[in-house]
Design a protein around this ligand. Structure first.
Ligand SMILES: CC(C)(COP(=O)(O)OP(=O)(O)OC[C@H]1O[C@@H](n2cnc3c(N)ncnc32)[C@H](O)[C@@H]1OP(=O)(O)O)[C@@H](O)C(=O)NCCC(=O)NCCS
Length: 211
């Protein structure tokens, strides 16, 4: 997965977007596809076919984060990144709306997480948060809910792969108790290596209790 720049961030501002988590619905397909395209470089982002296959995987589950409201700070022109991104997310959704009833308010999805499990083994297929909504806890909310849903289905250990040069993702997974368990050479198209990372249920439970 692509390199994501480590960046410091002004933590003094209030969270500028409220998100609500809910299970994926088929009407979300086009927008999660567009979010994935925005989150990864073209050869790593999933094709529509791949994304559909993962969503239909045995034991697959998907949670989406929908922006429910924007506070007044976000509506100001000074906050251009967030405002711009709000419009991007809405535009992306409108493109996807297609056959949807245009009279209905379009949900503004800002991220999603696809998982799969078989017996006690869970796997995180992908975790995507739109760039302008990162470092606001959206990924953590998605992960906590995805883990909760897997644990409720009997999962005892969760694994994933992440690119060895994706420092943001590595920091994110480590913050949530995932530990490197090996390197998979040439894991990604283009030859990029991946770390295998995993977390046991006990850690899942403590992380959930700690939030
Ligand atoms: C990885 C990703 C999902 C994180 O989502 P997010 O909403 O920004 O995550 P959170 O705000 O919940 O971050 C939780 C913690 O993870 C760590 N973290 C997240 N992004 C980081 C970054 N860029 N640099 C350093 N640490 C980071 C921090 O410890 C952070 O806590 P803090 O903000 O209080 O310091 C997001 O960056 C993303 O979608 N990246 C592109 C797709 C991707 O690489 N997905 C993972 C593939 S395996």
């Amino acid at each position: 997965m692509p390199t994501t720049e480590n960046r410091s961030r002004d933590r003094s501002h209030d969270r500028s977007v409220d998100v609500e988590l809910r299970p994926y619905a088929p009407a979300d397909f086009d927008i999660i596809y567009q979010i994935d395209q925005a989150c990864y470089e073209p050869r790593i982002a999933y094709s529509r076919t791949e994304l559909r296959q993962y969503l239909r995987f045995p034991g697959a589950d998907c949670v989406v984060a929908e922006a429910k409201q924007l506070n007044s700070a976000e509506a100001t022109p000074q906050n251009s990144a967030k405002t711009t991104h709000k419009f991007s997310a809405e535009a992306a959704h409108q493109k996807s709306a297609g056959a949807a009833d245009s009279a209905n308010a379009a949900p503004a999805l800002v991220g999603f997480c696809i998982t799969a499990h078989r017996g006690p083994w869970g796997y995180i297929i992908t975790m995507d948060v739109l760039a302008a909504y990162r470092r606001d806890g959206v990924g953590s909310l998605l992960l906590t809910e995805a883990e909760r849903r897997m644990v409720s289905r009997g999962v005892r250990e969760i694994g994933l792969e992440t690119a060895t040069d994706n420092s943001a993702a590595i920091a994110f997974w480590q913050k949530h108790g995932y530990r490197k368990s090996g390197v998979r050479k040439n894991y990604y198209p283009g030859g990029r290596d991946a770390y295998s990372m995993a977390k046991r249920l006990a850690a899942v439970q403590s992380a959930a209790n700690g939030k």
